[in-house]
Design a protein around this ligand. Structure first.
Ligand SMILES: *Cc1c(COP(=O)(O)O)cnc(C)c1O
Length: 374
């Protein structure tokens, strides 16, 4: 095979923007420009004062609209991203025993965070092989069900339905939120970081909480359980009600999240962004299905991710070679998830990415495969 750097993809085939990563994802040029515009009056000002608190308020209002949150649901923010939320939930949301659906790297990580917590019983793990997902099994002994709406490592989406009984349905929506339809009545917590479908930056967690979840958080906080102050969900709730976070947040992260949420809302909300992701996904999966050397990794079309797709290749076409060649041409972050160990590309299809750029990406793939096989 030729050196990947020696293949020059013709400029007219290249997408307008070459960012196709699965997180951090493409940040819109308009978002960065408005951050630069607002910079002098916003960046470097107190997070306890109206300028920044108003931005947090815009995030909370914008997300309430975007998800059509029912009465009593609250938008809770805190530092630490989704990973920080796992530790916070270990202390402040699980009463005794949780059940985790494990079907890839991220869904397994929450279970690992819970495992060994001295104040909890060992979590129940329900596993399924990569490319599929398990279903929750209702039980009287479980008080929290950990679901993952989109398993970013494998490109699998699972349906979100409230699990019957007293347990809370708690959903890691880090890559799904903002690009995948969801009914908040079907869950108690929908948590995510802003650097995936919301094209923002990392460091923050957002948790949409039902009244049952708020009640649980407050009840555990009032008990005699020791909770590290930084990981207290109760303080995340009380600070969020004041449009603040417990400690200093990254101000640019909040700005970019507010900007993207308002942009999605102005274009038609979640219905619009989910439709755009579905269109992007259709372009890429159709391409793979009709290509003799490519196929979608997830065999069941109904659970294929609409926000980040995994595409397998037949030898001698090499996913690593394709990703490296694309990278040398300015089309970045299409590499597969390492630990999955497949001959694969993983491609972001986020609301910030126009369908014309996904079309262009497939033309680039055609070009490189053709150039290496002749
Ligand atoms: C990216 C991701 C995470 C981790 O997010 P951080 O902001 O790095 O903590 C967790 N869960 C899923 C599903 C993800 O895609």
């Amino acid at each position: 095979m030729p050196e990947h750097t020696s293949i020059r993809i013709p400029t007219e085939l290249l997408p307008a923007d070459g960012r196709f990563g699965s997180g951090p994802t493409k940040v819109r040029a308009e978002t960065l420009a408005s951050l630069a515009d607002a910079g002098q009056t916003y960046m470097g000002t107190s997070h306890r004062r109206p300028t920044v608190r108003a931005m947090v308020g815009r995030v909370r209002e914008g997300l309430t609209d975007l998800f059509g949150l029912p009465e009593g649901y609250e938008v809770v923010l805190g530092n630490g991203g989704a990973t920080g939320f796992w530790d916070a939930a270990t202390f402040g949301l699980i009463e005794r025993r949780s059940q985790h659906l494990c079907f890839g790297e991220f869904s397994s990580k929450f279970a690992r965070a819970v495992n060994g917590a001295p104040h909890l019983d060992a979590p129940e793990l329900i596993e399924a092989s990569p490319g599929t997902h398990p279903m929750p099994v209702p039980s009287d002994r479980i008080d929290l069900y950990g679901l993952t709406h989109n398993e970013t490592s494998t490109g699998v989406t699972m349906p979100i339905k409230r699990v019957a009984g007293e347990g809370l349905t708690v959903v890691d929506a880090t890559s799904a939120a903002g690009g995948t339809p969801v009914d908040p009545e079907e869950l108690d917590v929908y948590y995510f970081s802003p650097q995936k479908a919301f094209g923002g930056d990392g460091g923050l967690f957002v948790a949409l909480c039902s009244p049952r979840a708020i009640e649980r958080i407050e009840r555990i906080a009032a008990s005699d359980r020791w909770i590290p102050p930084f990981l207290s969900l109760e303080s995340a709730v009380s600070n969020s009600r004041k449009d603040q976070t417990y400690n200093t947040p990254a101000l640019a992260t909040i700005f970019m999240l507010a900007d993207t949420v308002e942009w999605i809302n102005s274009r038609g909300g979640l219905a619009w962004s989910a439709a755009r992701c579905a269109e992007n996904a259709a372009i890429l999966y159709d391409w793979a299905e009709s290509h003799p050397m490519a196929y979608p990794f997830v065999t069941d079309p109904s659970i294929r991710s609409r926000v980040n797709a995994t595409i397998d290749f037949e030898q001698p076409v090499s996913g690593d070679y394709l990703a490296a060649t694309l990278r040398a041409n300015g089309v970045v972050d299409t590499e597969s998830y390492r630990k999955l160990g497949r001959n694969q590309l993983r491609i972001g299809l986020w609301p910030t990415i126009p369908p014309t750029d996904v079309e262009a990406l497939t033309a680039c793939l055609d070009y490189v495969i053709e150039a290496t096989s002749s």
